[in-house]
Structures are given as structure tokens and as C-alpha cells.
Ligand binder design. Structure first.
Ligand code: FE
Length: 585
């Protein structure tokens, strides 16, 4: 018998109390507290363990506690100051260790895991360089509010201060990227510190770090673990009825409402669609919010911002009310100041860019259904016609741009082919660069596809690690990575990690031999183009050398077959596509 945690509201489904296995619940079963779908739940051990005196170490208790609190993966690279914890990971059957070739990959993988599941995975590294190599991935998690647990080895306690090999001021180093940052100094703190760290990562949606001195890891220690159930508040926050009524009133008074969905609304597609249909409002997403809604739905009109659609821009510009759900108003989305009803689980996001008409602080899973009940049904026939017309014009433009006759291959055509062939339930991971720009603008997400990206940090090198995580966690789903020559080459050593773990990820590499985004900026800002060209290896040959599949595409005619072959591959595969670096010329 096990427990399952709703990652939206922390409700615990206890199989024993309910008298039914979680897996036997129907697919349309929903969280009884916050109404989130079954897929938002994560497995937890139910049993707590009592270690006997003299039979266990601090590291063994620590790792068992992590497993019981739903942490299933440790990503890292062994090193001399973390061997005690590493060995406890080896011995615990509930934990899977994934060795990487660079710690940055481990941190990106953990960040991707948090974004994908709403629950933390762990990183484990050596002191000093292993710890500092994590930084970029941890800032990605921090900025995108992804829960992550980090454990780093430290020198043995008597050397902390006097100093030795690989010693840095590790606690100060982690301070700016963490929500919780402590050192495990005595064995008595083991379960308290690790459960606090996991709790902070989940509730504060960020990175928790524990430094563990080398000698502490090996100390004999026996203790009872702490159960997860009863340790968390329920997160299904709602608002007083008068505020919800005010929001409903504002919606009822609007003539041209537009719904803006951000990443915070990721599991709320059905509710948002129901609201949109009831009031006849177009749905616009932020870039990170792509995939919240089935983009084939007639009310979806594209993203807003730098990669936005003309339809979204025009509808937002002419709207008299924005209903903003789970979006942090990034300057890349640049929404204009409008009368706004805003829903967000983070109170600091309310009115972040300008004062809003009604701000609802709480969980969209709770608040949107209440709004649906209170708003008046409004079939705006003319508005719907306008939405359809603007969407069609945008889709026609995308189709026109996807020229299948030009060599090197136009990026718009690559996106078109991928759009037609990628599975309806694929997980798509994005890198940062020109490839990401084209994906954001030209790709239309299906309802059950999932998008993973480095949102706020916008870090190159994210695509491959995120794909490795996605495939580890979802072996049955197709995992596709859209990357560029710049981003991929930063982390390409870890293609070996994908091959070694037999992960059939499909990497589509837009190879334009340059840092395309930055070259564009040099041109726009009238700088000479300099140092933005890239000297590349043969990526397909590299894939084969690593034991994966490598496919080169030089012409548009070769592309559809190459995509089919890659998608059918049981090996990790790189499709190296010679890509036209030009944008609209
Ligand atoms: Fe829930």
C-alpha cells in the first residue's frame, strides 16, 4: 500500500484508507480537494522505517528519508567528499542514481524533473568544483520555481575553517540560488534537516541545499524516519466570495475579454477551456504556457510577446479585459496595461507590472471553477468570427513561410514537418537560441504534449538534460529535443548519458553554424557580425561514435524521411539538420 501526493495542493491519497489502489482509479478521477487531474499525483512510500542501533549510518538514514518522501532520483558525479552518501544511494533499492559527465547536466536534469512532476529530484556532488558546476542549472530551477534538492560533500569537520583541498565557502556560494541552505553538522539533525530541505523545496518552489561534511556522512546513526503524511499544509488556497464575485462581475461587464494562460496554469487546461467557452474568450499563452491548451482548439490564438502570433497581439491590444492565470508578466511576454483580473498562487505576482482590477491570490485549480459557476454565459457570435478569422490568417502565414524548396532547409519548414510528425503525447524539450525562437512562434502544441524549457534563466544547454530526465521518468512517451549547434555543443558530452541509459530521445539539431539569435542582435544593433559564427563537428558522426543513431539532413527533400526514422528509433538519436540561418529574407 502506498500514498500519492497531489503536487498541486498536497492532498495525500492513502490507498489503505481509501481501500483502492491508485492505479485502479479511473483515468478521469480528479483530486477531491483541488480537482486537479490524476496525472498531477506522485508516488510516496507509506511505511516509515525504524533503523536499529549500530546497523546504519547518517547517509543511510538520510537516503531512506528521501525515498520515503518521494525522491526517486539522484543525479551526479562521484567525488571524494560525497562517497558516504553515494554508497547509501547504491544500497537503497528505492533510489535510482544517474551518473552524468558534467554537474551542470545534473542540475538541469533535476530542474527539469521538478518542472515536469512538481516534486524534487536530488543532485549529489563533490565539494568545490562539483558544487560550483551546479550553479547554472540551479539558477534555472530557482528562477522557474522548480523544486530541487541538492546535496554536496564537504571536507571533514575539523578542516572546515583551517581549509584544505577543494574547500570553498560553499554555504555563501549557494545562498543566492536557494530557499534553504544548511550544513548537516551532527547526526541528530539528519531527518530534521533533510525533511526541512524537501519541505522548503516543495512549498517555496525552489532549491534546497544541504552540505554534508565527509566524516558526518559515515557516522553511525539510528533513527525513525518522519512520515510525509501530516507534514504538509494543503495548498488549495482560495479567496473570500466577495472577491470572486468582483472578478466575475468584471468578466460579465467585459465585451472583449481575453484569457492569458501562463505556465502556472499547466494542469488546468479543461477548466480554462470551459471558462473560455462559457464567455467566448480567446486564449493566449505565454511562451512557457505553450501546451496548457490544445492549440488546435478554435479559441486558442497563439502566444503573446516576442515569439507571438499576429492574432494574439491584435486581440490583446483590442481587448477590454485580460483574465491572467498563472503568468508572471515576463518582459518577453510584454502584455500591455489593461483592465485585468489576475489569478496567481504567488501573491507577489499580483499586480506585478501594473495595478489590477481584481487580484485573486490562490490556486487556479480552486478559483477558475468558482469563476465558471459565477460568470454569465455569453455567446459572442461576432467576436468568435473575428477570432477564427485572425487565427486563420496567422496559420496561413505560417504555412506560407514553411518553404519546402530551399536549401539549406528553412527553419519554418523543419517546424512544420515536426509539427506534423511528433506524437500527440510527446514531451518536447527546448534549448535556447534561434531553434527555440522558431519553435515558440511556429509550432502548435497538442493537448497532451508537454513542453519543458529554461524559462526565466533562458540558459543554453538545457534541451539535452531535460530530454534525458523526461525519458527516464516517462519511458513510454516519445521525447523530442529541439536544439541548436550552440546549445547542444555546451552539454554534448551527456549524449553519452542518454545512450548509456538506453533512452531513445530524439534530438533535432538546427545546425546553422552560428549563434543565430546573437548574430541577429549584432545586425539589428548595427554591430559588425563578429565571433557569433561556430565551428562544428559532424554531429551525426558524433552520435554514432557514442553508440547512438546519427542522421544528417542537407536538403528539404531528405527531412520528412529522416524525421520518421528518428521518431521510430529505439536508440538515442541526433538528426543534424543543415539549417538556413536567415530569418525572413
Ligand atoms: Fe489537489
Amino acid at each position: 500500500m502506498a500514498n500519492y501526493r497531489c503536487t498541486v495542493c498536497n492532498y495525500i491519497f492513502d490507498e489503505e484508507k481509501e481501500g483502492i489502489k491508485f492505479d485502479d482509479l479511473p483515468d478521469n478521477w480528479r483530486c477531491p480537494v483541488c480537482n486537479s487531474p490524476k496525472k498531477t499525483f506522485i508516488f510516496l512510500e507509506k511505511e516509515v522505517k525504524e533503523f536499529k542501533e549500530g546497523e546504519s549510518t547518517v547517509s543511510e538514514v538520510l537516503v531512506e528519508q528521501m525515498v520515503e518522501w518521494g525522491i526517486k532520483y539522484v543525479f551526479g558525479l562521484p567525488g571524494s567528499t560525497s562517497l558516504g552518501v553515494l554508497d547509501a544511494v547504491r544500497k537503497n533499492k528505492g533510489m535510482k542514481y544517474v551518473q552524468v559527465r558534467h554537474e551542470q547536466t545534473a542540475a538541469f536534469m533535476a530542474s527539469a524533473y521538478g518542472k515536469l512532476t512538481g516534486h524534487p529530484a536530488a543532485c549529489l556532488t563533490v565539494a568545490g568544483p562539483g558544487a560550483t558546476n551546479l550553479a547554472t542549472g540551479l539558477f534555472d530551477a530557482s528562477l522557474d520555481h522548480s523544486p530541487v534538492l541538492v546535496m554536496t560533500g564537504m571536507l571533514r569537520r575539523q578542516l572546515i575553517g583551517p581549509g584544505s583541498f577543494q574547500e570553498i565557502d560553499q554555504q555563501s556560494f549557494f545562498e543566492s540560488m536557494t530557499v534553504y541552505n544548511k550544513v548537516l553538522m551532527t547526526e541528530d539533525q539528519t531527518t530534521t534537516l533533510i525533511t526541512n530541505a524537501i519541505k522548503h523545496a516543495i512549498l517555496d518552489k525552489g532549491v534546497s541545499h544541504i552540505g554534508i561534511p565527509n566524516d558526518v556522512q559515515k557516522l553511525p546513526y539510528a533513527s525513525k524516519t518522519v512520515p510525509f503524511e501530516g507534514s504538509f499544509p494543503n495548498n488549495a488556497i482560495t479567496q473570500p466570495m466577495f472577491l470572486i464575485l468582483q472578478a466575475a462581475q468584471a468578466i460579465n461587464n467585459a465585451e472583449r475579454p481575453v484569457i492569458i494562460s501562463g505556465f502556472g496554469a499547466i494542469n488546468q487546461s479543461e477548466n480554462i477551456l470551459e471558462l473560455a467557452e462559457k464567455i467566448t474568450a480567446p486564449i493566449v499563452t505565454t511562451f512557457r504556457g505553450k501546451g496548457v491548451i490544445d492549440e488546435d482548439n478554435e479559441l486558442y490564438v497563439g502566444s503573446h510577446g516576442d515569439i507571438g502570433s499576429t492574432a494574439a497581439t491584435e486581440l490583446v491590444l483590442n481587448s477590454d479585459l485580460l483574465i491572467v492565470i498563472g503568468s508572471s508578466f515576463s518582459d518577453m511576454t510584454h502584455l500591455p496595461e489593461k483592465k485585468t483580473v489576475q489569478i496567481d498562487i504567488d501573491p507577489m505576482m499580483i499586480g506585478r507590472q501594473y495595478p489590477v482590477e481584481v487580484g485573486l491570490y490562490g490556486n487556479s485549480a480552486e478559483l477558475v471553477p468558482q469563476l465558471i459557476d459565477l460568470v454569465r454565459e455569453n455567446k459572442r457570435v461576432e467576436y468568435l468570427e473575428e477570432i477564427r478569422k485572425l487565427k486563420k490568417e496567422w496559420l496561413d502565414l505560417l504555412n506560407e513561410e514553411a518553404d519546402d524548396t530551399k536549401t539549406p532547409v528553412r527553419p519554418q519548414y523543419i517546424i512544420k514537418v515536426l509539427n506534423e510528425k511528433i506524437a500527440d503525447d510527446a514531451i518536447i524539450t527546448l534549448d535556447i537560441g534561434e531553434d527555440c525562437w522558431w519553435f515558440g512562434r511556429n509550432f502548435w502544441m497538442k493537448k497532451t504534449q508537454t513542453l519543458l524549457m529554461s524559462g526565466y534563466l533562458a540558459s543554453m544547454g538545457y534541451g539535452l538534460p531535460a530530454a534525458i530526465t523526461a525519458q527516464l521518468v516517462n519511458p513510454e512517451r516519445q521525447v523530442v529535443c529541439i536544439t541548436g549547434d550552440g546549445g547542444f555543443s555546451m552539454v554534448m558530452a551527456d549524449f553519452l548519458t542518454a545512450v548509456r541509459n538506453e533512452l531513445p530521445i530524439k534530438i533535432f539539431l538546427f545546425n546553422n553554424h552560428q549563434l543565430g539569435m546573437i548574430m541577429q542582435e549584432q545586425i539589428v544593433e548595427k554591430y559588425p557580425v563578429w565571433q557569433t559564427e561556430l565551428y562544428n563537428p559532424d554531429f551525426a558522426a558524433y552520435a554514432r561514435d557514442c553508440g547512438g543513431m546519427g542522421i544528417s539532413v542537407k536538403t528539404p527533400e531528405e527531412l520528412p524521411k529522416a524525421v520518421d526514422k528518428a521518431l521510430a528509433s529505439e536508440k538515442s538519436v541526433i538528426v543534424d539538420i543543415e539549417t538556413d540561418p536567415r530569418r525572413f529574407i
